[in-house]
Design a protein. Sequence first.
Length: 319
Amino acid sequence: MLQEKFTNPKNNVDISIVVPMYNEQESLPELMKGISETLGKHGKTYEAVFVDDGSSDNSFEVVKTLHESYPGCVRALRFSRNCGKSAALNAGIAIASGNIIVTMDADLQDDPAAIPDMIAKLDEGWDMVSGWKKVRHDPFGKTFPSKIWNAMTSFATGLKLHDFNCGFKAYRCDVAKNLDIYGERHRYLPALAHWDGYRVTEAVVPHHARKFGKSKYGTWRMFNGAMDMITLLFLKKYMKSPMHFFGILGMLLIAVGAGVMGYFGVMWIITGAMKIRPLTLLAVGAMVMGVQFMSIGLIGEMITNSLQPGKRYSIRESL
Ligand code: UDP
Ligand code: MG
């Protein structure tokens, strides 16, 4: 199981292009043509892995026709409902069989012509290359918040990149397969790989305006993104030892509560009278909360300890 996860014994093409898609029927033929022309020119064997994230248009039917017109080069998965871009990436990467895995959006905003440059960077020794849409063709309402968000993410994650959320990325196969992409984590993949000790860089990629359909993400993505960032930072620091966070907080609260109660105890002995004051309630509350935090910490430890071994470490090389 572990062996399979890290070494992908089924490798049979040079490059897998994983494309998550949600209602992108108009773009797919042109995208596939671009992929095939670029990779054909470079003499690479390849497969395009389309993951239909519950489209309600004819995207999957279009992929079926591509499957016939590019024999042996198109694979596809179809979700029974819309599960999100992260889930689609995860599923596509899981079945990809290439030594190199490239992910790109389906809407023609990413240009397959940039794939060789990204692969050249991997050949230089990088484990992951993240696209940087230096000249971006999106509305201002999207590009401006994105600039701020990227600066904040660079600061918080310790990885200096201009464009974390670009869908266009290239990985060595085992690096991509080692990522656990769920929820909305597709926005932080370079940070996740960096934290796992992989060598992450960026490459400038051309970007085009959306030709067909409309963006699947609105303003809410910023708020969701901020919540995900808090989760990730917490997981990064305390995933291995949740008790170090909850336990210390719990002990502090219990100590404060016990100290105050001790003071009341002494006063009771000296004066022989016991008054319920707001401070008493505060002390009791602090102790109850303290015990709760300790319990959450212990539950966290139980969860961490029941994780599969593969989730506890990441391998760069094996002989
Ligand atoms: N996408 C997806 N599932 C979703 C939303 C989007 O697979 O729930 C795909 C979408 O089809 C596209 C890529 O993710 O290939 C990026 O989406 P979009 O172009 O809407 O994002 P934007 O470029 O506006 O950031
Ligand atoms: Mg797009």
